[in-house]
Design a protein around this ligand. Sequence first.
Ligand code: FES
Length: 113
Amino acid sequence: MATNSLFRPLQGPSSTPARSVKIEFDGRALQVQEGVSVAAALLSAGVSRFRTSVVSETPRAPYCMMGVCFECLVEIDGQASRQSCLVQVRDGMKIQTQRGPRALTDGTEAGNE
Ligand code: FES
């Protein structure tokens, strides 16, 4: 089911058009605004499924946009469990949906989230 993104980035006072970068999300090429977070870039591109919950595999997407809720976890350039709201998008990034539980720093898996 296709849905339109409700996310709309605020336009700054500058009249200079934003530059864009090319990224890839789950194998799909996207052209997104440079200088924003990965989460903002993906939301602006209409992505609404960043990860799935561990138990029910319910689609999850960013909520707080400030590093608190961990709903925005994705895999970036092969590194899982990245908070996409805290990472600035850059040209050539390969981003994938986060599947399964996030890994803790000691290599063990986290519990149900
Ligand atoms: S959106 Fe809440 S931590 Fe990223």
